[in-house]
Design a protein around this ligand. Structure first.
Ligand code: ADP
Ligand code: ASP
Ligand code: MG
Length: 401
């Protein structure tokens, strides 16, 4: 059985006309002899609209109920696409995550796919039906509906393709993966291919084009992921195992994240016990810490800076006010106008001096850096958001991104 999994994102199914466009694309693959599994996102910004309603009612709605609500977005698009295909004379059936056997583990709103029982899928494919699956959702051990985190339909598609051991194509509103978000830097270059490793880093560092977990699964099961536009036939980008040519460039991509705030605690007693207590309490409140830096001790105190997601700032402030009262000399400052700019490339493994080159570029452009972290294939810099455009342009031009 020649099976193909295709996923269409929210913009690509945003209107009835667009759903008809998707139907035509599926029919053309069907005519080529493929058994089709199609994973959809909710129409347009429907998920945002559903979430807005939830937060109008409550600042802290029960997450189980939020999942119940936001999983409905995908049910609208899948049923409409199925109707469009049936209308065109092609047998299609829409299925929810639970109907298709997507079993998840973990917390509501950020569940992970543990397994897929593909018997229903295979049964319908055998009967030559086009199977349309609601992305982003699954069902947990309590039979509750769960969702996979924003952008999670990519993960549904790649997980299904991995289970069926077939190619996976992701169709979206850009014609492939660029070295950086073309909305931020319109001169960015489109990549023919990118390694799983690099794409995974880019996704976790803020490049919203793909859900990180989708890349993890693709890598684990070695399923190449082809990303292209849902309009037209322009060549897209393949996410796959790395090869020698990919290693020759120092930097493959640049990712921007504007969703973090930087917290600085000054005059913190120089004691690992105090540091541990601070981060332990933040962890207990489920605050995700990303970058951390600490100055060397002076007069037995240190300054500690770290970044947290802006939407977890309220919880972070609650914890920190406790320390302000416990250690009255501690000073607290919060900067919400920061950008985390990261460069990613497997070529960095063999090429040294990339960090230094970027420091020089930033220095020449008079851009101050608040924090830096490095790993084998990435370097992240925290800068002021007002310097973002200049920093992006400077680095992109130097590294030909
Ligand atoms: P979909 O709804 O189809 O899943 P998304 O909005 O999740 O689409 O992802 C597509 C968007 O990702 C593009 O419109 C683009 O602005 C953004 N994006 C971020 N980084 C990149 C990148 N490196 N290359 C291409 N697009 C990117
Ligand atoms: N509809 C969900 C979201 O907006 C899932 C997705 O689009 O991938 O996050
Ligand atoms: Mg997406």
């Amino acid at each position: 059985m020649k099976i193909l999994v295709q996923k269409y994102g929210g913009t690509s199914v945003g209107t009835i006309e667009k759903i008809q466009n998707v139907a035509k694309r599926i029919i053309s693959n069907k005519k080529k002899g493929y058994k089709m599994v199609v994973v959809l996102s909710a129409m347009g910004d429907n998920t945002d609209k559903l979430l807005e309603m939830a937060y109008e009612l409550s600042d802290n709605p029960p997450k189980r109920e939020v999942d119940m609500l936001i999983s409905t977005g995908e049910q609208v698009s899948i049923s409409l696409l199925s109707m469009a295909l049936n209308e065109a004379g092609y047998a299609a059936i829409s299925l929810t995550g639970s109907q298709v056997g997507i079993k998840t583990v973990g917390n509501h709103m950020k569940s992970r796919i543990a397994d897929i029982d593909d018997s229903t899928l295979r049964k319908h494919l055998k009967h030559d039906k086009i199977v349309i699956v609601a992305g982003f959702q699954g069902i947990n051990e309590n039979s509750d509906i769960t969702t996979l985190g924003r952008g999670g339909s990519d993960t549904s598609a790649v997980a299904i393709a991995s289970k069926l051991q077939c190619p996976c194509e992701i169709y979206t509103d850009v014609d492939g993966i660029y070295s950086l978000d073309p909305r931020v830097y319109p001169k960015a270059k489109k990549l023919d291919s990118i390694s799983y490793e690099e794409m995974l880093e880019m996704a976790s560092l803020g490049a919203g084009i793909m859900h990180g977990r989708a890349i993890e699964i693709g890598q684990k099961y070695n399923i190449p992921i082809y990303v292209a536009s849902s309009m037209g036939d322009k060549q897209g980008t393949t996410i796959k195992e790395s090869d020698k040519t990919m290693e020759s460039t120092a930097i493959t991509g640049l990712a921007i994240d504007n969703n973090d705030a930087m917290i600085t605690l000054s005059y913190v007693p120089y004691s690992i016990k105090v540091t541990a207590e601070i981060f332990d309490r933040l962890a207990n409140k489920d605050v995700n810490i990303d970058m951390i830096s600490q100055t060397s001790p002076r007069d037995n105190t240190v300054n500690i800076s770290f970044t947290v997601p802006t939407n977890e700032l309220t919880e972070a402030k609650e914890v920190l006010s406790f320390f302000e009262s416990k250690y009255p000399q501690i000073g607290l400052s919060i900067n919400e106008r920061i950008t985390k700019l990261s460069v990613v490339g497997i070529g960095m493994r063999s090429q040294s001096g990339v960090a230094a080159r970027i420091f020089v570029l930033l220095a020449n452009a008079d851009i101050e850096v608040d924090m830096v972290t490095t790993s084998e294939i990435k370097i992240s810099y925290v800068i002021n958001t007002q310097d973002q455009q200049l920093a992006v342009k400077t680095i992109a031009e130097e590294f030909n991104l």
